[in-house]
Design a protein around this ligand. Structure first.
Ligand SMILES: C[S@@+](CC[C@H](N)C(=O)[O-])C[C@H]1O[C@@H](n2cnc3c(N)ncnc32)[C@H](O)[C@@H]1O
Length: 346
């Protein structure tokens, strides 16, 4: 018999804790709505100590998919240990990426993650992402250790080796967005293309995209991904420094935190001219074109810091700016946000 107790919605969290303490909470089933004001909490037997309005018998209860915490508990892990296991992770193709800092027995947790995700065969511990070439620092925690994979997102295929090139799961919405706002025939310059994070969804719209990447390892995947997605005709992959490109674009993407000069949390204003990326972008962007500038900015300086840097650079180049959109992409690190400005440049 699948029993459940009916409780008022606002009390549900506290009652679940009481039922768990009493040892009668059935976490194999999902909590479900009873009526507009009440929920049904699944129980293994009628509670004695926990308050409720009435007991019901559920027909066709929905089973809850087990999570990592459930699996580790089944395997005898104590709560204090489970609390130090990763609370989130990303599945990129056949590879699971997670932060195992402070996690006890990472190999065992990796095995549990593989049991939860049958599509994956390798678990990687994610360290930082270093340097101008954005090379990842990862190590194999469980599984076959095959770090090369093909990740599919909104129909775009990304072949990559997660031990050699970065992949930011948190940029998913921005990748999709770039594919939505770009249209056929547009001329686009992606100055920091990587493996084609933004260039591929844009090229799949039929836009004519020039994608520049300076890291040969990333470039190799960029060229492979152009083929894999059937866009080699309209995606021109260039190995080199984006400051050396000479093109005419209706849209320029600067997907690099240092694009405006200064590191993610650097308090120092850009020196005159900065690294020259903005000047190069403006040289390639037609009057009336759109610039997408990514940066990592301390929360307290949103949106002033990226906007003032952009305005100063445009002023130096004799161009005018109209900010059309400001987007938060993800949290970069504690107190620092990854953001994008969309600016119309005349
Ligand atoms: C942050 S990664 C790409 C990020 C990607 N847009 C995303 O959202 O995940 C930036 C890329 O720019 C490349 N890069 C850095 N400096 C460059 C330069 N001067 N010219 C061309 N590519 C450059 C790096 O090698 C790296 O692959």
């Amino acid at each position: 018999m699948d029993l459940a107790v009916v409780v008022p919605k606002p009390d549900s969290e506290a009652r679940i804790a009481d039922l768990e303490a009493e040892g009668v909470y059935d976490d194999a089933r999902k909590v479900r709505e009873h009526d507009a004001e009440h929920v049904e909490l699944p129980v293994t037997e009628r509670p004695i100590e926990t308050g409720f309005e009435r007991v019901v018998e559920q027909e066709n209860p929905e089973l809850r998919a087990p999570g990592l915490d459930d699996l580790l508990r089944e395997r005898g892990w104590r709560e204090a240990e489970r609390d130090r296991a990763p609370s989130s992770w990303a599945v990129v193709g056949t590879v699971i990426l997670a932060d195992f800092t402070d996690c006890p027995r990472p190999g065992k947790v990796g095995d549990a993650l593989l049991d939860l995700h049958s599509e994956a065969d390798t678990v990687l511990a994610r360290g930082g992402i270093d340097g101008e070439h954005r090379e990842p620092d990862v190590s194999v925690v469980a599984g076959e250790g095959d770090t090369e994979t093909v990740h599919t997102e909104h129909g775009t295929k990304y072949a990559l080796d997660l031990s050699r090139v970065m992949f930011a799961p948190g940029n998913k919405a921005e990748r999709a967005h770039m594919g939505q706002i770009t249209s056929e025939g547009e001329r686009v310059l992606d100055m920091f293309a990587g493996i084609g994070y933004f260039a591929l969804p844009m090229a799949r719209t039929g836009a004519s995209v020039t994608a520049v990447e300076k890291n040969p390892e990333s470039f190799r995947y960029l060229a492979e991904n152009a083929q894999l997605n059937g866009v080699s005709e309209n995606l021109d992959c260039v190995l080199g420094d984006c400051r050396d490109v000479d093109s005419e674009a209706d849209r320029v993407v600067m997907g690099y935190y240092d694009a405006l000069g200064g590191g993610p949390v650097d308090e120092v204003e850009t020196s005159e001219g900065g690294p020259g990326y903005l000047d190069a972008a403006l040289d390639n962007l037609v009057s009336g074109g759109v610039l997408h500038v990514h940066s990592a900015v301390p929360e307290a300086e949103l949106w002033e810091r990226p906007e003032s840097r952009l305005r100063a650079g445009c002023e130096r180049a004799g161009r005018s700016v109209e900010i059309e959109a400001r987007r938060r992409v993800k949290s970069h690190s504690a107190g620092v946000e990854h953001v994008v400005l969309d600016a119309r440049i005349a």
